[in-house]
Structures are given as structure tokens and as C-alpha cells.
Design a protein around this ligand. Structure first.
Ligand SMILES: C[S@@+](CC[C@H](N)C(=O)[O-])C[C@H]1O[C@@H](n2cnc3c(N)ncnc32)[C@H](O)[C@@H]1O
Length: 280
């Protein structure tokens, strides 16, 4: 069954991208939805459900809003929407407003360290989808005990744990790396004080199952801190259709509540979203 996407984050992107598509040529509502689906087809290489299917009701809301603002008009006999001069200007304005960003991921990682400022130094932290240890090493330098795991299941991540282990050797004892898929990670319940993740949830095969495993492995009162792409205009302008592999703010809230997390907080850092949640 196909999964359609909706909510404010998707609408924010659509307010821009419908103007981009109509600047090429006029299209019906159905053609707009199909075209977005086609252009995001590359996301399938990560997850079959990664393609962006916009819910018709969201497209309707956006079209009527753009019409009200004079950015588009309906070419009635053909049922096609066309962009107006005001629409072209609005599109260019949105592109100009795109902030120049180069170090957002670093800033997001620093925000995680700041959120852990009061954590006891003997805290045991799991970094899920650690890759070559981007977050794990930063946390180890703060004197936390860190375990980084990675499934090494993607084309580019096959050797990541090996590379992280090599880099860890001169670091001494407080950082360790293992190859493991979080869904089948063989550790007792309630093992970790914190679980962190950087730019990894979007490429996991089944994010809800991963979140369920994360919940199980956290101690009660432990926190999950996760950085990933921001779904919306800024995420799209920086990462293209790839950003839709991530969960939107609304989808995160829904998933976290479903698996029992509470005290949910979200921080937007340009094209990244940092999610913080506590095991109740
Ligand atoms: C884009 S990389 C991010 C690496 C690193 N955290 C960083 O920020 O640079 C995502 C990583 O998640 C890993 N991954 C994907 N699914 C996973 C799973 N189910 N369990 C553990 N790791 C997974 C991939 O192998 C990949 O190395």
C-alpha cells in the first residue's frame, strides 16, 4: 500500500515546488503529484516507501492558497494550473531567502553536546548508525563512555565500522565500535543512559522498528537525541528530494508518542532537525 505524505512541513515545500513545476509548463493537480513522485524516485534505493507521494488533499490546500495569493491561475477548459507573473517573482524570492549553510551538521552536533552538558560523565551512550564515528568521537572527547554501532548495510557504509575502529585505537578505552543493526542489537533492555543518532534515521529501512529498539535499549528517564534532515523548504533547498526520506516534525511526534516517549522537544537548525525525547 502506498503511503501518502501530508502536514505543514509537506505544505511548506509544496508552496515553493508547485511554482517551480508550473514555471516549466502548466499541469493538472494529478500531473503535479505524479511529477513529484517521479522526481523523488531515487529515494527508493534507500527504502521502497521513500518516494514522495503527496496526499491529494494537501495539494488541493496548496493550490487554493496559491490561487488566492494570485500566484497561479486555473486554465479552466483543460483543468491545468499555470503560474502568473506574481508567482514567478514569489518563487525567485523564496530561492533568494535560502540561507547559506555549510556547517549546520556540526552546529547540530554541538547542540547535542550542549544538551548533554549536565549528564554525569560516567553516562553510557549508544550512537546508532555511527558511520565512521562522527558523533561518537565528539562524545568520547567529553569523557562519556560511548558505543557506536552501524549495520554497514549501504553501499558507502560497508567499511565504516572498520575505519571507526582504526581511528579509535589511539583514543584509549572509552569509545568502542561494533557492526550491528539496531533492530536486532543483542543487548539487554534498559542498557543506555542516552542514545544518539546523526543523519542516520532517514536511511534506515524501517524507522518505526528502529525507534522501538531504541526505546527498549534506553534506561527509564534516558533520552534519545537525533539529528536528521529537516523536511520542508530548507531541507529541500539544501538536500533535494533526499530530505523526504527523513520524518517530518509531525511524523516524528506521532512515532515517538506511539512508542512511549515523552518530553518531546524539537530544534530547527536551518536544514537539520534535532529531536529530543525521553523514555517515560
Ligand atoms: C548517512 S550515514 C551517517 C553516519 C554518521 N552518523 C554521520 O553523521 O556522519 C547513516 C548510517 O546509518 C547506518 N544504518 C542504516 N540502517 C541502520 C540500522 N538499522 N542500524 C544501524 N545502522 C544503520 C548506515 O549503514 C550508515 O552508515
Amino acid at each position: 500500500m502506498r503511503r501518502t505524505r501530508s502536514g505543514p512541513s509537506i505544505r511548506e515545500f509544496l508552496h515553493y515546488y508547485v511554482l517551480v513545476l508550473l514555471a516549466e509548463h502548466s499541469r493538472t493537480r494529478r500531473e503535479l503529484i505524479e511529477e513529484i513522485r517521479e522526481r523523488s524516485i531515487g529515494n527508493r534505493s534507500y527504502r521502497s516507501s521513500g518516494v514522495l507521494w503527496v496526499a491529494s488533499v494537501e495539494m488541493d490546500k496548496v493550490l487554493s492558497n496559491l490561487l488566492e495569493r494570485g500566484f497561479i491561475r486555473l486554465d479552466s477548459p483543460r483543468g491545468k494550473w499555470a503560474i502568473t507573473w506574481h508567482g514567478r517573482r514569489a518563487r525567485r524570492r523564496m530561492e533568494r531567502e535560502k540561507p547559506s549553510k555549510s556547517d549546520t551538521k556540526e552546529r547540530a552536533a554541538e547542540k547535542i553536546l550542549a544538551l548533554l552538558e549536565d549528564a554525569p560523565s560516567n553516562s553510557y551512550i549508544l550512537d546508532v548508525g555511527t558511520g565512521e564515528g562522527f558523533l561518537a568521537f565528539k562524545l568520547a572527547h567529553e569523557a562519556f563512555r560511548v558505543l557506536g554501532i552501524d549495520s554497514c548495510s549501504l553501499q558507502y557504509s560497508k567499511d565504516s565500522i572498520e575505519k571507526a575502529q582504526e581511528q579509535a585505537r589511539p583514543e584509549g578505552g572509552n569509545v568502542e565500535f561494533r557492526q550491528a543493526d539496531i533492530r536486532h542489537f543483542d543487548q539487554p533492555d534498559d542498557t543506555f543512559d542516552y542514545i544518539v543518532s546523526s543523519q542516520a534515521m532517514h536511511c534506515m529501512e524501517n524507522p518505526p522498528e528502529c525507534l522501538k529498539a531504541i526505546y527498549r535499549l534506553l534506561k527509564a528517564g534516558g533520552r534519545f537525541l537525533c539529528i536528521d534532515f529537516l523536511v520542508g523548504l530548507e531541507g529541500f533547498l539544501a538536500h533535494g528530494f533526499h530530505c523526504f526520506l527523513a520524518a517530518s516534525r509531525e511524523e516524528w511526534t506521532e512515532m515517538l508518542v506511539e512508542y512511549g516517549f515523552g518530553n518531546i522537544r524539537m530544534y530547527e537548525l536551518d536544514d537539520y532537525l534535532l529531536v529530543e525525547a525521553e523514555k517515560q
